[in-house]
Write a protein that binds this ligand. Sequence first.
Ligand SMILES: Cc1cc2nc3c(=O)[nH]c(=O)nc-3n(C[C@H](O)[C@H](O)[C@H](O)COP(=O)(O)O)c2cc1C
Length: 401
Amino acid sequence: MNASSSYQPQLLSVAPMMDWTDIHYRQLARLISKHTWLYTEMVVDNALIHNPNRDRWLWYPPEQHPIVCQLGGSNPALLAKAAKIVAEYGYDEINLNCGLGVDDADSYEELCNFIATVSSQSSVSHFILHARKCLLSGLSPAENRTIPPLRWGWVYALSRDFPHLHFSLNGGVELCRTAQSAIEHAPPNAGRIHGVMIGRGAYNMPWPSLGSADHTIFGMPAEVAPTRRQVLEKYIGYAESVIGRFGTKSDGSPVPTMRSTVKPLLALFHGEKGCKAWKRSLDASMLAGGMDVAAVIQSAMRAVPDEVLDAPPCPPSSLPIAFATGELPPPVSLQDNGVCSSACTTLSLSLQLSGPRLGAAKQQAGNAWEHMSMRAQIIARVGEQREVGVLRFWSWQHFFL
Ligand SMILES: Cc1cc2nc3c(=O)[nH]c(=O)nc-3n(C[C@H](O)[C@H](O)[C@H](O)COP(=O)(O)O)c2cc1C
């Protein structure tokens, strides 16, 4: 049983990122911000079901709440089985990353159609949108995360057109104060968004991205924010406790290794005085060997000036940041059943496929989700990976509440 109701609403979250939002990064993020919601890397249903060492994928220190586990897969029965396993670990939400087969469906109206159908046929009421159109041809997933233009305006337009639903914005937001601005300052004639999800910014520059989040976004007193010296002192305790927790490799090295626990720390002083010396020291100590993780981190801390180590998080700007959204699409008209009046055939087709699919997933996970009071989130991904048969333009993440 989780206690997600006692947590702050999901105003700010760190996006699921494979190889990045592992247990160690999340611990660092949690020490920096107590209230930001954290997403795991995607765990694939089949791998989880067949792996006897589930702790390795799913265990996390209790202080990482509120935490969401992302499950990947497309078979409802397997997802349901995996969701039950995940539920035993007390995650606050389960987030399903499902591929949906949709082609050439990328108008605002089609998006509305999708939202209307999913929300009217299920209890989904919160959608997190990666607000960037993915191009199907010629761009890798990494390029798709940077090259196509952002469509933040669409998220505000959805908030305007579906005032009974919650919409969160993801894509291209790097800093806490930008997230704050996005939440507080909706463009004229738009709806207010529910929250912001930050991906790469939170990993590449965790301090400006999350450092003032508890104060700026969640309204906690500024004085309670820790300094990086305090964060690191606590992180050392965590790293000492976790290295080797999952056994050893055939070569005798511990799982996890010291190196994997140190990796997320590398970006902690991004762009500040002492950053290069900090990274150099961490690397050199680990290469030299013979030091434990506490000594490695403490020795690197001596390379960072005290005024940086002890600095409070960057104060939020007193001026609102202009949050560029572009022109908002005009409102759509919905029929009584909640579906856009001029539905696109292609998207309708995919919804016919996806509706029962999502419904079946929920039914089969059934009691596990309901009884554990877990909110299972389903991510419907559209576009992006033509070569693997999953076509993704956008990602729509939605919750079963
Ligand atoms: C290295 C990396 C791995 C990612 N892995 C996942 C993933 O496992 N599941 C997922 O839903 N999205 C994944 N994403 C997408 C992010 O969750 C997010 O939607 C995207 O990075 C846009 O947000 P940003 O502009 O703030 O980075 C990944 C992104 C990156 C950069």
